[in-house]
Design a protein around this ligand. Structure first.
Ligand code: MN
Length: 293
């Protein structure tokens, strides 16, 4: 008892697992990986507590999805929070190894963060031909932050070293980032174009039939619906718009992994965590619906 109380890691069992699911690992199709990484936070702190709060919030969700007419049930296994060393390279390696194991077992990894840097760690576990579709208020294309090259504001640039990246919902970047994005011909959709049919169709054309990893930095949403993030930016997308894009993406591409990141819990205000949990449930429901066609 004393030992358990001393543990600093939160243990996910029964009602502490995503949607309260108690499924054997071998039977699960999806594996939730809680990644409490927070090392290069530049503004508001607390993203290390994101994973456990998103899982807590998931317990409040019901598992029937009226839109897909399905129950998200008996298919999710939640790993314990990763024990990350206080070193960025080693932490990314640990994330990569965990994702690799899940992929080798033929399951779909869904990570919950934690700072966005974790997506770079996860990306190393995927084939070169996997496209990374990133929803983010920021372009995350900085060369470095105060001389540190591996940081949350460089995520897309780091992934793009050897994988195609598509960035959606952007409203914050600097001129150097823009130049690099243009040089590398990276697809970027600004917030003003987020509901443009032509722009969405362009993205769908790129990902048709391809393996896609979806990364959702919660700051892509408007701060009025997702205030609990590390670096909020005014004027984001709505849940409705996100869901419309997600539906089209899942129907068009082969989703091989996903993450929801940068959740920063604010005391008793749980709308960001609930939204993060909901979009994971939506994603699972949509993948199931499409794979049973
Ligand atoms: Mn980001």
């Amino acid at each position: 008892m004393e030992d358990k109380a001393k543990r600093k890691d939160f243990i996910y069992e029964g009602s502490n697992s995503f949607l309260g699911e108690v499924v054997a690992y071998s039977d699960a199709k999806y594996v939730i990986i809680p990644v409490p990484i927070e090392m290069t936070t530049s503004f508001l702190r607390g993203t290390r507590f994101g994973p456990r709060e998103v899982i807590n919030a998931s317990i409040s969700l019901e598992n029937y999805d009226h839109e897909t007419d399905r129950e998200v049930k008996d298919e999710i296994y939640t790993l314990n929070e990763l024990e990350l060393p206080p070193n960025m390279e080693k932490s990314l390696e640990c994330i990569k190894d965990t994702v690799s194991d899940v992929l080798q077992d033929g399951k779909i990894p869904i990570l919950i963060g934690g700072e966005h840097t974790m997506t770079y760690g996860a990306s190393i576990a995927f084939d070169k031909d996997t496209i990374f579709l990133v929803f983010d208020a920021h372009a995350d294309f900085k060369k470095d932050m105060l001389g540190v090259e591996i940081n949350h504001a460089s995520t897309c640039r780091l992934i793009n070293q050897n994988k195609e990246v598509i960035i959606f919902g952007v409203r914050s970047l600097n001129m150097n980032e823009l130049e690099e994005i243009k040089k590398r011909k990276v697809s970027i959709t600004y917030i003003e174009e987020a509901d443009s049919k032509a722009k969405i169709n362009n993205i769908l054309k790129k990902i048709r039939g391809r393996k896609v990893y979806i990364s959702v930095d919660m700051d892509v949403f408007d701060p009025s619906i997702a205030p609990g993030v590390g670096t909020p930016q005014p004027g984001g997308i709505s849940y409705g718009l996100f869901l419309n894009v997600l539906k089209k993406v899942v129907a068009t591409a082969d989703v091989v992994g996903a993450d929801v990141n940068e959740v920063r819990p604010i005391l008793e205000e749980k709308s960001t965590e609930t939204l993060a949990a909901k979009i994971i449930e939506d994603l699972i429901s949509l993948i199931d619906k499409n794979s049973s066609k």
